[in-house]
Design a protein around this ligand. Structure first.
Ligand SMILES: [Zn+2]
Length: 269
């Protein structure tokens, strides 16, 4: 039999996207405001969840793990707390997806929250809780989990694992299968949450991450049919005014814009 490069074991690379709302130990809106004295504690909690996911990924067989600090544009990581085995994506291209490319076999989403308009979801929103009311592609409402997965589909990278509040994990299961999830809290109204014990939460994350690596080969990238018809409804007409002037964008009513694209990297109008 012929042997060649195709039979060589491919290096397993995982890309971990992070947000803050769905991190273990964070149970109120006020706690995570950047101006609050508890914000530093939230960043430490983020590093705890992230390191649990990194450890799980390596335990599951990953050879390389890259991590992205994404909440509010970044600056939440405490670099000296990061597991030294992981590569920190500093986003040299200034894009949401940083150095993600086709060399990765899967992506995880740590600290997730549910899409705007979800009941019993901790700090539900999509991209901007101030500006965005509703977002859909091809008639299906979606939030940041699906948006990130579509971006990753540009390089055929599937979503393998999600951690966050219960509503975020339910949403993950509605969009991706197979997928591993780790529930770390449950919302009480929008702005409070009932927490899973911190050690238990991190153990769930580590275990979900470990199992998720074995989904490589089964999980498929999340790709809506193309071209994608995107509708974005803002909270107010004045937020829509500026967006409506962008190329390829059509305004369909006071608060709503429409865009049709086949480019997974152009889904945020
Ligand atoms: Zn966030």
């Amino acid at each position: 039999m012929a042997t060649g490069p195709s039979l060589e074991k491919r290096m397993i690379k995982i890309y971990i996207h992070t947000d803050l709302e769905g991190v273990s130990g964070i149970d109120s809106f006020e706690m995570m405001q950047r101006t609050s004295e508890t914000y530093r504690r939230c960043c430490e909690l983020l590093m705890g969840d992230l390191n649990a996911a990194i450890d799980g990924a390596f335990a599951g067989g990953a050879d390389h793990v890259t991590v992205l600090d994404s909440h509010g544009g970044g600056n939440n990581f405490i670099p000296e707390m990061l597991d030294p085995r992981a590569e920190n994506d500093t986003r040299p291209n200034k894009k949401w997806w940083g150095i993600l490319d086709e060399s990765y076999q899967g992506t995880f989403f740590i600290g997730a929250h549910a899409m705007s308009g979800t009941m019993n979801a901790f700090l539900d929103h999509t991209q901007s809780s101030i500006h965005w009311h509703d977002y859909s592609i091809n008639g299906r409402r979606m939030g940041e989990l699906a948006q990130w997965a579509i971006v990753a589909s540009n390089w055929n990278v599937p979503m393998l694992m999600v951690s966050g509040d219960e509503a975020a994990c339910v949403e993950a299961r509605q969009f991706f299968h197979p997928v591993e999830t780790a529930v770390v809290k449950r919302a009480i109204g929008r702005n409070r949450a009932e927490l899973v014990d911190l050690e238990e939460a991190r153990a769930r994350i580590r275990e979900a991450a470990r199992r998720a690596v074995s989904l490589i080969g089964q999980a498929r990238p999340f790709c809506p049919l193309k071209p994608m018809e995107i509708l974005l409804e803002y909270n107010r007409a004045d937020y829509c005014d500026a967006a409506a002037t962008r190329p390829g964008v059509e305004r369909i009513d006071a608060r709503t814009i429409r865009k049709v694209t086949s480019d997974p990297l152009a889904i945020l109008p």
